[in-house]
Design a protein around this ligand. Sequence first.
Ligand code: ZN
Length: 78
Amino acid sequence: MVTITCDTCGKEKSHNEKNLKETWIMGSDLQVENKSGVQRSIRFMDHWDDRRVLELAAIHVCSAKCKDDYIRGRRAAA
Ligand SMILES: [Zn+2]
């Protein structure tokens, strides 16, 4: 089984869903090259989907706060 960690705070996602109180959110962080440079496209999904966890460029965050921090951090670094 794969261990998922929060991309913002590094917390590990429990495999026991019954004990989960936090709301994990997944999304994708894609970089697309065009004439004006590299454009970043961050998208978050409405619900968690275990089948898509290992997709390329997938983001996993443990809460809405970490999701906001992730977006802010990426924007600040860009
Ligand atoms: Zn987190």
